[in-house]
Design a binder for this molecule. Structure first.
Ligand code: PLP
Length: 654
């Protein structure tokens, strides 16, 4: 567990169980041992229950989502009680984080009891949110953020007219005229909010949206103009909400406090200017501890928990309202990442391994290097002498010279391919030998062993694991912004890992790889360049999981190389079904689906191909078999289906 820091980022939802498998605790800290779900059992069960199912797949745990919603609500409720705050808390989920239909339905249905609402940032999101919120509590907020045109505003007003508690939040001054005009035209009184551009900024990657030069929101002078304009048209009562968003993944409570205080003072001033202020919406930003270090100095971590976050928010708003003698507003928050990251696990398998250097050590040099050209023979003899002397630095220097010279001669056509390959192999062997000797010497000096698999820690040698996945589809933030996600083998964790790997995906793109992992070389290190894993065992599957990817990854994922959406399964605990059951299975995209997404028409494509088959092939059998192959390929999964002799080692109880 220490190697992957599971306790740091995973508690209370993920752990390594006594079978050496990754396990899920769906009710968090309240999970009884019998309710823990073994992820390998889940994979075996889905494989056994569906025809032709191969990796990758996304496993969703709706109970984790509900737990996160309840924990957020409880944190604010406790903060409100402790601070004797007069207002209440009502969360909204920003659907851009993960607009999956079933996730939204779950949030609405579980949120009814606690008046949980939704936030939209575009017209399609608004339509989706309107339909979903017909089943929400009537007081739940429907927050309309994002840039707006007349059509957007009309939709939002229609939402208000059917009793949805809709607030149109102005992102730009220009939107005010549209709202005034459309509400008059449709004779629907709007509830308006303003998004404030705060001076508070956070320095992390996600802080770009914050500060006075941030992309969104109104400056203080624009906010004052809004109040004056509304007063002029007798609509001051419509302005009821102040919104701000400092940026995602806020690292520390001091930034939360600074931003919330600034916003709370704007809120109070608006109330004092005559606006009908009732709600302060603190946006998103509640972070996730991706690297498990609980540190406020890393982009990938946060130095606080939900409870402390809520307490800080309540306290800062309370202080401002007391100072300015203004009624304490309802608190709304648009937490996305913190709500949905944990509930989904991406499972993928490893297709093959490629040793980057060092493999010649196992194989030996495959060519007789006696007959080298004179210049190279001379360098080879130098190398042999340095090995006899045992001076490691000199050995490496000689090996490098030999490799350099052989490459140079090859480029001039003066050396054959086999001789060059032999020298490359010799170089690998010598480098590993030197590295090993130095590592042994370090161990003798320090009197302590390195971590397993790290005897090559100072060398360039590592293995590439080819994974059945597209980074661009399933972990896009890893490629786009270098975000770190916990990646852990799902099984064999009772055994020490012996390999250090990077992960390379299926796409024909050199960026399609993961090369940054949770720090495992030294205790407390933030990141590591290699992931410790187990050696592949013949054609037995090796499963890995990417955790905390429930926010943004699915919706940001692209169709690069036309790898489509993975299968999705929903898993819930069940006493009667041996611990858990699969409550939903949503098949991933097939070839026809992804081709359609690019405007191709699979039936026309097939007709075209069929015509070609009929014209090109002679035999009836050949025609039939080829047409059948082509036909069935349209409905196949976009990922690879590895040939495995023992299939998936099905657990007989499923
Ligand atoms: N609200 C707004 C306006 C946002 O821009 C964002 C994300 O950037 C969110 C809420 C969600 O933020 P997070 O996922 O960090 O909670």
């Amino acid at each position: 567990a220490q190697l992957y820091r599971v306790d740091g980022w995973g508690a209370p939802f993920f752990k390594i169980n006594s079978r050496g498998n990754m396990a899920v605790r769906p009710y968090g800290a309240k999970t009884a041992p019998n309710d823990e779900i073994d992820l390998m059992d889940t994979v075996h069960k889905i494989v056994a229950s569906q025809d032709n199912i191969t990796m990758p797949l996304i496993i969703r745990f709706p109970d984790i989502l509900k737990n996160r919603m309840d924990t957020l609500q409880a944190a604010f409720d406790r903060g409100i009680t402790r601070q004797r705050y007069a207002g209440r808390f009502q969360g909204v989920f920003p659907v851009k984080c993960n607009p999956d239909r079933y996730l939204i339905e779950e949030i609405v249905s579980h949120g009814r009891r606690i008046n949980f609402g939704l936030e939209a940032g575009s017209k399609p999101e608004l339509l989706m949110v309107m339909a979903a919120m017909c089943n929400a509590s009537t007081t739940a907020f429907l927050i309309c953020n994002g840039y707006k045109d007349a059509e957007y505003v009309k939709m939002a007003l229609a939402a208000r007219s059917i009793g949805l508690n809709t607030v149109i939040v102005l992102e730009q001054l220009e939107e005010l005229d549209i709202v005034i005009k459309m509400s008059k035209q449709l004779q629907i009184r709007p509830v308006i909010g303003v998004r404030a551009k705060l001076s508070t900024k956070h320095a992390g990657h996600w802080g770009e949206t914050s500060g006075e030069k941030g992309k969104f929101g109104l400056s203080t002078s624009e906010i004052v103009q809004v109040v004056k304009r509304l007063r002029k048209v007798d609509m001051s009562d419509c302005l009821q909400l102040l919104h701000f968003h400092i940026g995602s993944q806020i690292p520390s409570l001091s930034i939360v406090r600074e931003g919330v205080s600034e916003a709370a003072h704007i809120f109070c001033e608006l109330a004092l200017m005559g606006a009908n202020m009732k709600v302060i919406d603190i946006g998103g930003g509640l972070g996730v501890d991706y690297d498990g270090t609980h540190s406020s100095s890393s982009d990938m971590s946060i130095g606080y928990n939900m409870e402390e976050y809520a307490e800080t928010v309540v306290e800062a708003i309370k202080e401002a309202t007391i100072q300015k003698n203004v009624s304490q507003p309802t608190l709304c928050c648009e937490s996305g990442r913190a709500l949905v990251s944990h509930h989904s696990v991406l499972v993928f398998d490893v297709l093959s391994a490629h040793k980057n250097g060092g493999s010649a050590c196992d194989r030996g040099v495959s060519y007789n290097i006696d007959g080298l050209p004179e210049a190279l023979a001379y360098l080879r003899d130098d190398l042999v002498r340095s090995v006899d002397d045992g001076d490691h630095e000199c050995i490496l220097t000689c090996a490098k010279k030999l490799k350099y010279e052989s490459t140079r001669l090859f480029k001039q056509g003066l050396l054959g391919l086999e001789a060059r390959a032999a020298i490359d192999e010799l170089f690998e062997i010598v480098s590993v030998f030197v590295d090993q000797k130095e590592s042994d010497a370090n161990m003798d000096q320090n009197g302590c062993g390195d971590r397993p698999g790290s005897h090559k820690a100072s060398s360039d040698y590592y293995t590439t694991y080819h994974i059945n996945l597209s980074i661009f589809k399933s972990i896009p933030d890893s490629w786009a912004i270098g975000q770190l996600f916990p990646i852990v083998p799902l099984h064999r964790l009772e055994a020490e890992p012996t390999e250090r790997v990077i992960l390379s995906d299926l796409t024909c793109d050199s960026d399609g790889k993961v090369t940054t992992f949770i720090g495992n070389d030294k205790p407390g290190a933030e990141t590591a360049k290699h992931l410790p894993v187990h050696e592949l065992e013949g054609d037995k599957p090796y499963y890995m999981g990417m955790f905390l990817g429930g926010a943004y990854q699915e919706v940001l994922g692209s169709l690069h190389n036309l790898f489509g959406n993975p299968h999705v399964i929903h898993v819930v605990p069940s006493k009667s079904a041996g611990g858990f059951r699969i409550s939903k299975f949503l098949r991933g995209q097939n070839l026809a689906n992804v081709l359609c997404a690019m405007n191709h028409e699979p039936h026309l494509m097939f007709e075209n191909l069929k015509e070609r088959v009929d014209g090109y092939l002679d035999g009836t059998y050949e025609k039939e078999i080829t047409a059948e192959t082509l036909m069935s390929s349209f409905t196949s999964y976009t990922y690879l289906a590895p040939e495995r002799s023992c299939a998936f080692q099905l657990n007989k109880s499923f």
